[in-house]
Design a protein around this ligand. Sequence first.
Ligand SMILES: [Zn+2]
Ligand SMILES: [Zn+2]
Length: 345
Amino acid sequence: MKFGRLARPGEVALADLPEPTAGPGEVTVTLAACGVCGTDLEKLRGNYRTAGILGHEPVGRVAAVGEGVEGIALGDRVFVHHHVPCYACEVCARGDYTFCPTFSKTNLDPGGFAETFRVPRENVERKAILRLDPSVDWDSGSLLEPAGCALTAIRKVGLPEGASVFVLGLGPVGLLYARLARSLGAGWVGGTEVSPLRRAAAERGGIDAAVDPREPEAARKAVDRGTGGRGVDLAVVATGHPAVARAATELVRRGGTVNLFGLPQSGGRLDADLQDLYLRGVRLVPSYATTEPEIADVHRLVVSGSLRIADLVSHRYPIAEIAEAFRRAARPDESVKVVVTGRAH
Ligand SMILES: [Zn+2]
Ligand SMILES: [Zn+2]
């Protein structure tokens, strides 16, 4: 079978492996779709300090069920989460599951961009396989992981009813964040984005103001209009550029929160006015990744119709064309969300 991997820096290519089998406690899944995430692109650029496994937003059909696995049947339509915490260490005991040392060591084999992938026993045991409701299409299913990341972040920072939110970087995950905030009762929601296609996706999702950050003072003017000059309750840094993080600190109100949400540039430094942050009581809260309860909750929101996301997938490429999928995903002007599809689609 074929799978997509980093061939060398800057190049994703197909490789061959024997079809994986399901050992005791394991499951294999035939791929339907897996989104190309911004972090996959950063791995390609060599800007992400992790192992180079690509693809972590997969949905598909269960191909084989190993001995002792209960509640999962052949042919089930599923979403599979690649990382699971240990639920036993002191980091987990404090509820910081995504920062558990085990979390980022767990993964699918050989990754989400594979015609068939193996779900290890620890992922199966910790409920990383979610059965999709029949109403949830493959496109929406492939967005559950990034949407879960947004929900984890929102719960971490807290989003009171009516809170104003500004998302800097309305790429796929920023758009999911903005739409989720909208569906969870945020008040005014705005954001910045250079790509007109992505700004249009924001407007379709009921975002109040999506502005081009290349226009002078565009973010400041939008926030002033949206909040009567007060500043937003929550500014979300959904891109990796350090200057954007700094801009976020300047857009929040007194006592407001900046959520570091997108993967920052490797080695990026925050050049912010510390006395200003101190005197205005600005909180900086990082949020990385997601866990099963939030993924299950965003699935419920999609099933109930209160979170609409399927229209965010703008391009689908069969796994044989994975290199083109990555090229397209790296061009914000030409795509919103790109997914790679497999035999189960
Ligand atoms: Zn992702
Ligand atoms: Zn742990």
